[in-house]
Ligand binder design. Structure first.
Ligand code: ADP
Ligand code: 5GP
Length: 400
């Protein structure tokens, strides 16, 4: 499908499919994609603080309110909209900070098409645009009791600004010292199954009789912090992540012997005898799969803890003195309230105030969309933003 410019509508009367008339107020854009017109903003519903979406279907002549997935952007005074590849609408919020200025409303991406089948309704999905790329996540697998948690804790304690933990969901009960939201999100099976169906999980698996899974949000919040996300997941989960679009480093941890694994599991004292037996049975399968498969980039034996930890740091390039530089953005890049946009190839040019290029008297912003990655139900990353003063030479990159 080709590109279509968004139409700007100040005031619009529309009729919903349930027959009720709506009078829209405030900033609103409409974007045509095939037979459908997506109306964004102009909220009639004062009880909601987020930007509302409605769809007019030319073939039926009716308006509908779709099922909206993903984190919705807060309303703003002025926004502009640009259709990209017929599948998502870039929404730029005037007067907003860089971390809140670019949003993507997915109207016909693979995720949305899949969810339409699930919900049997019209579906759209919001995804926040994030400047720059995420650090590569690290997937750590290995049989229960091998020492994954111990190694991860050491890594996060030594390098708190480099790594963050992906807090998984599980249907198993918490152990004595485990805290909800810190070690796991302890959840009900029916709730988790519903969220899996809604596409909120990057991967999930049945492990030792319980359901475990990594939500997309769990990985995204760590990446938002500019940190590399560590996933402690089983081999099935690692395989799913490998098949996903997430580029990660895969590490498998082996015990020095099966007897030592059993000893560690028993001495940890967190499982009943029956659970230990189940975990040991599964350990044999996991060791077979982990050691033989090409799935893992690195395999480490956790015999002596300190040696294994040093080897882990070495393969992550952390054995030299590293200084982490916190990600910061210059202040001058807030999107102007009054602005106009034009699209040239993979670039969006945002001009302050006037809609006419020749009248651009002050700064302009350039959004480079050529490296976009991800999308709903997570973030859309890889957006690059440059500011330009036409009187100055060249562009100042604020991210690359
Ligand atoms: P996992 O997260 O893989 O299930 P844990 O990190 O909970 O495993 O480790 C299991 C038990 O083994 C813990 O009691 C931990 O203190 C112990 N442990 C971990 N690594 C070693 C090691 N190299 N030598 C001896 N004990 C270890
Ligand atoms: P535990 O119950 O000991 O915390 O974890 C049991 C197993 O589940 C471990 O092998 C661990 O790696 C795995 N696990 C924990 N979280 C997840 C997850 O989100 N997804 C998958 N696939 N496995 C997980």
């Amino acid at each position: 499908m080709g590109e279509a410019p968004a139409l700007f509508v100040d005031d619009l009367h529309c009729e919903l499919s349930n027959g009720s008339a709506l009078e829209s107020k405030g900033s609103q854009t409409t974007t045509i994609v095939g037979d459908k017109t997506y109306s964004i903003g102009g909220n009639d519903d004062q009880s909601t603080s987020t930007i509302q979406v409605r769809i007019f279907d030319k073939s039926t002549g009716k308006w509908t309110i779709p099922t909206v997935l993903g984190t919705e952007p807060q309303q703003c005074k002025v926004h502009s909209a640009v259709l990209l590849n017929g599948e998502r609408i870039l929404v730029l919020k005037g007067g907003s900070t860089p971390d809140d200025c670019a949003w993507f409303l997915e109207v016909n991406t693979e995720f949305v098409r899949e969810q339409r089948k699930n919900f049997e309704t019209e579906v759209v999905a919001w995804s926040r645009g994030v400047i720059g790329d995420a650090q590569k996540p690290i997937v750590i697998s290995g049989p229960s009791g091998v020492g994954k948690g111990t190694l991860i804790t050491k890594l996060m304690e030594e390098f708190p600004s480099n790594f963050g933990f992906s807090v998984s969901h599980t249907t198993r009960s918490p152990r004595n010292k485990e805290k909800d939201g810190v070690h796991y999100h302890f959840t009900d099976r029916t709730v988790m199954e519903k969220e899996i169906k809604e596409g909120k999980f990057l991967e999930f698996a049945s492990v030792h009789g319980n359901l475990y899974g990594t939500s997309i949000e769990a990985v995204e919040v760590v990446a938002d912090d500019g940190k590399s996300c560590i996933l402690d997941i089983d081999v099935q989960g690692a395989r799913s992540v490998r098949a996903s679009s997430l580029e990660a480093i895969f590490i498998f941890i082996c015990p020095p012997s099966f007897e030592e694994l059993e000893k560690r599991l028993r001495e940890r004292g967190t499982e009943t005898e029956e659970q230990i037996q189940k975990r040991l049975r599964n350990a044999r399968k996991e060791l077979e799969q982990g050691q033989l498969s090409e799935l893992f980039d690195h395999k480490l034996v956790n015999d002596d803890l300190d040696t294994c930890y040093e080897n882990l740091k070495k393969l992550l390039g952390l054995d030299q003195n590293i200084v982490s530089v916190p990600k910061s953005l210059p202040e001058f890049v807030d999107l102007p309230v009054e602005h106009s946009v034009s699209k040239i190839d993979q670039n969006i040019i945002v001009i302050h105030g006037s809609s006419e290029l020749k009248n651009a008297s002050k700064n302009m912003l350039l959004l480079d969309l050529s490296s976009l990655k991800g999308g709903a139900p997570g973030r859309t990353r890889g957006l690059n933003m440059y500011s330009r003063d036409p009187l100055a030479n060249g562009m100042d990159g604020i991210s690359s």
